[in-house]
Write a protein that binds this ligand. Structure first.
Ligand SMILES: Cc1ncc(COP(=O)(O)O)c(C=O)c1O
Length: 468
């Protein structure tokens, strides 16, 4: 426990008294602190620290969070770098030219990893996450389409973007904020992902692009980029429309190159104009980092790019936010050079092995039916087997698991499949085989508890769990 030692006021002739004033019992600590009114008084740093520390302690245990894709563990060297670099602002390229140079190295490495035709002569940027990266990708598609339309003397007022109904919310935001009509292709039991079927009924001359997701948030499944591209080739042959693809590789962009190196989903597919990923997901960095890379400089319209001069040259910048932390970029570079292709492959394959083990065991449980098994990204979802029980549902199970500390969200599938509820596990670095076994034991216990109920659970479990 932190204690506060101070010398009490000493009067002549009295022995020196050291007053031990333990935290939690000092003036101001035995009463509630203001929560919403701006505090009028100061507090000792130890007091303020302890209060904030204790508030944070009430959050869930990040390592038991099977809902998030975001990194919750880095090694001690990364922790040291993080503290050393906490003050760096990514936008201050004048003050932190080396961090800016490292940023460029990182996205150039990603361009290489994703088979850009000429990685050293393309363009990319770090962002605060995949959402910002996706918006930049979308904006570039929109602007390219606008330029082409204006050149052809055609109107530019009704752009649309074609995407799966299972896109992450960042794409709904993009379409809303930047006034682009979202054309959702519904997923179904036959077409569990956007796979190019019926695409010709969604695209037209106002389509700025098609989004393909490598690692659908709801289930972890890959969308077949090459197959989508082939459908667009056929559309081009019959209509002349040349529609680019943006790949949302928020998770899969850092899995596929290592686990499925032969799968062609990236710049090997000529129609892919840009790719985003989250450094803070399977890039293995703490939250606050995304990346977007374009196939080549021409894929990013120049009028979206601002030039800043530093290091004696002109550096292009394209981002929504101005200031943002630079530390995460250094952490990403640390991991790129620390792990390399070999290390990333080991880490990601280990996560996938754990996912396959877990999904295999869950498939054996009579209560469940798998939606997918985690062989794309190490993420999989299951549903309650039809007819298994009328007494409980996956929301109840989610709540029961929460009492053991596990966060495993249950949620409805997107439009047209909303009657279907699934539960999902995201396996990340740090979710070891042992932890997975402990989770399985708790899952079996909780299912046995629910199955033993003689009547229905009183109320449907609350829709807990943040799954995007
Ligand atoms: C497919 C997909 N795209 C985009 C995002 C948004 O990423 P971020 O949280 O990095 O903004 C997510 C997050 O889960 C995702 O799964």
């Amino acid at each position: 426990m932190v204690t506060n030692t101070r010398r009490a006021e000493r009067h002549e002739g009295e022995p020196e008294v050291v007053e031990l004033n333990p935290v939690f019992a000092r003036p101001g600590e035995s009463t509630a602190i203001p929560k919403f009114d701006f505090p009028s008084d100061e507090a000792l740093p130890e007091t303020a620290y302890q209060i904030v520390h204790d508030e944070a302690m009430l959050d869930g245990n990040a390592r038991l969070n099977l809902a998030t894709f975001v990194g919750t563990w880095m090694d001690d060297h990364a922790a040291r770098l993080y503290i050393e670099a906490a003050d760096k602002n990514m936008i201050d390229k004048d003050e932190y030219p080396q961090t800016a140079a490292v940023e460029t190295r990182c996205w150039t490495m990603l361009a290489d990893l994703w088979h850009a035709p000429d990685p050293k002569h393309t363009i990319g940027t770090s962002t605060i996450g995949s959402s910002e990266a996706a918006m930049l990708g979308g904006l570039a598609l929109k602007r390219r389409w606008q330029h082409a339309r204006r050149e052809a003397g055609k109107p530019t007022d009704r752009p649309n973007l074609v995407l799966s109904s299972a896109v992450q919310v960042c794409w709904e935001k993009f379409c809303n904020y930047f006034e682009v009509e979202a054309r959702y292709v519904p997923i179904s039991l036959e077409h569990k992902v956007l796979d190019g079927h019926d695409l010709e009924t969604y695209v037209d001359e106002n389509t700025i692009g098609v989004v393909a997701i490598m690692g659908v948030t709801y289930t972890g499944m890959y969308e077949p980029v090459k197959q989508i591209s082939a459908a667009l080739d056929r559309i081009q042959e019959s209509t002349g429309l040349d529609i680019p693809i943006h790949v949302d590789g928020a998770s899969g962009g850092m899995i596929a190159p290592f686990v499925q190196p032969d799968l062609e989903w990236d710049f090997r597919v000529p129609r892919v104009a840009s790719i985003n990923t989250s450094g803070h997901k399977y890039g293995l960095v703490y939250p606050g980092l995304g990346w977007v890379v374009w196939r080549d400089v021409a894929s990013l319209p120049e009028d979206l790019v601002f030039k800043v001069s530093y290091l004696g040259g002109d550096m292009p910048t394209f981002a929504l936010n101005f200031s943002r932390p630079g530390a995460q970029v250094l952490l990403q570079y640390y991991l790129f050079i620390r792990l390399g292709r070999k290390g990333y492959e080991t880490v990601q394959r280990t996560s996938r092995d754990v996912a396959l083990y877990l999904s295999g065991e869950i498939a054996k449980m009579p209560a469940f039916e798998l939606w997918n098994d985690g062989s794309d990204i190490p993420v999989f979802a299951w549903r309650l087997r039809e007819g298994h029980t009328a007494n409980w549902n996956l929301y109840h199970l989610s709540e029961r698991l929460r009492t053991k500390g596990w966060l495993v969200p249950a949620y409805p599938m997107p439009a047209d499949l909303t009657d279907l509820t699934v539960q999902r596990v995201v396996v990340r670095n740090g979710f070891s085989h042992d932890l997975a076994s402990a989770f399985l034991a708790d899952l079996r216990d909780e299912v046995a508890y629910l199955d033993a109920l003689t009547g229905p659970m009183p109320a449907e479990g609350h829709r807990s769990g943040f799954h995007h």
